[in-house]
Design a protein around this ligand. Structure first.
Ligand code: HEM
Ligand SMILES: *[C@@H]1O[C@H](CO)[C@@H](O)[C@H](O)[C@H]1NC(C)=O
Ligand SMILES: *[C@@H]1O[C@H](CO)[C@@H](O)[C@H](O)[C@H]1NC(C)=O
Ligand SMILES: CC(=O)N[C@H]1CO[C@H](CO)[C@@H](O)[C@@H]1O
Length: 330
């Protein structure tokens, strides 16, 4: 009896501790929709592939949408909510200025394809559709394929003010990057691996103009930039360039999701300070060198990191639901 007296509080303590450590990730699993909508992954993949055939922008736009969604109040599709007369939503925060419409469109189209199946209608969350679409575009661009965890619910709020201070900025140094990633349960290695998403997609000139024109009084051009690359950037982004102009972030293989991102960093061809610092800071340099040289090691690290990112801020039945229209609350 005495033993039981001790065992039961001990067990419940263990349970409490494990629930506390994994408050939500326990909820996510592969094949979450096996019973209600067994073909959900192929339905989404087909819709995403059609969209991809129309425009390559589908790839970077969807990956970045997933990132920005997860970082503000969790992976809950709150980024897709449209503003109304009474609420300025997350997507209309200035940091979203450049979220390409094709990412939103990809999710809306995939949701329509899922809902066209009577069994699946209103059974699959927009947050999960975004997670699947991000996985699919990465594979379509030649990146790693992976099983995606599912079971997210859609969030019940979306405000522009909630974005303040939540997203990393291109001028960040390693400490600032680490601080923000750590706050989301991600390690420095996760951060380095995820940064390689900049192997595809575009940036507006304003995001790095300081590095080529006004870095410091002594060195107007950031000395960590490869001089030829700095020249190319000045040509593509002259002073007073049209603010809508965007350039490839990976100057070598901009349409392939590969580890060339890391090879570029080794050559001083990281576009943002936050990219190049991964090579110039001795704390992150070893990982850059390993992944520049070993694509499969990079792919493994990326899969692990994006899977962890997909667990941020999971909503439960108490604070989430399945939206009928991804861009509006039910
Ligand atoms: C490490 C800190 C990060 C910083 C400072 C950062 C910053 C930026 C900036 C400034 C742009 C260009 C926006 C524009 O002018 O249009 C950009 C683009 C992009 N970022 Fe990041 N980012 C970071 C991490 C990530 C992560 C973790 C992902 C995804 C896993 C990601 C995916 C992308 C993609 C795909 C684009 C291209 C978007 C497009 O072409 O439409 N970024 N990022
Ligand atoms: C990169 O990997 C190759 C084998 O794949 C090896 O021969 C080479 O020494 C490595 N380079 C560095 C810098 O580690
Ligand atoms: C590359 O990384 C993989 C996965 O971590 C590892 O199994 C392999 O041995 C590495 N290859 C080289 C040449 O280091
Ligand atoms: C895609 C999108 O909705 N972007 C918006 C981001 O925020 C700015 C305002 O800061 C809007 O003008 C954009 O339309």
């Amino acid at each position: 009896m005495a033993r039981f007296n001790l065992l039961i509080p001990l067990l419940s303590l263990l349970l409490t501790v494990s629930v506390f450590i994994h408050p939500a990730s326990a909820q996510l699993r592969r094949n979450y929709y096996a019973n209600v909508c067994p073909n959900v992954e192929s339905i989404v993949r087909n819709a995403v592939t059609q969209k991809f055939k129309q425009t390559f922008v589908t790839v970077p736009a969807t990956i970045r949408l997933f990132f920005h969604d997860c970082w503000v109040k969790g992976c809950d599709a709150s980024i897709i909510i449209a503003s109304t007369a009474t609420n300025t939503a997350e997507k209309d925060h200035p940091d979203n200025l450049s979220l390409a419409g094709d990412g939103f469109d990809t999710v809306i189209k995939a949701k329509a394809a899922v809902d066209a199946n009577p069994n699946c209608k209103n059974k699959v969350s927009c947050a999960d559709i975004l997670a699947m679409a991000a996985r699919d575009v990465i594979a379509l661009a030649g990146g790693p394929s992976y099983d995606v965890e599912l079971g997210r619910l859609d969030g019940l709020s979306s405000t522009a003010s909630s974005v303040n201070g939540k997203l990393p900025q291109p001028g960040f140094n390693l400490n600032q990057l680490n601080a923000m990633f750590t706050a989301n349960g991600l390690t420095q290695l996760d951060m380095i691996a995820l940064s390689a998403a900049h192997t595809v997609g575009f940036s507006h000139c304003s995001k790095f103009a300081n590095r080529i024109y006004s870095f410091s009084p002594k060195n107007p051009v950031d000395t960590t930039l490869n001089p030829q690359y700095a020249n190319d950037l000045q040509t593509m982004c002259p002073r007073n360039v049209d603010p809508r102009i965007a350039i490839n972030m990976d100057p070598n293989t901009p349409r392939i999701f590969d580890n060339v991102y890391f090879k570029n960093l080794q050559q001083g061809k990281g576009l943002f300070t936050s990219d190049q610092v991964l090579f110039t800071d001795r704390r992150s340099k070893p990982a850059v060198n390993v992944w520049a040289n070993n694509s499969s090691a990079f792919q493994q690290a990326f899969i692990s990191a994006i899977t962890k990112m997909g667990r941020i801020g999971l909503k439960t039945a108490k604070n989430g639901n399945i939206r009928r229209d991804c861009s509006a609350f039910n």
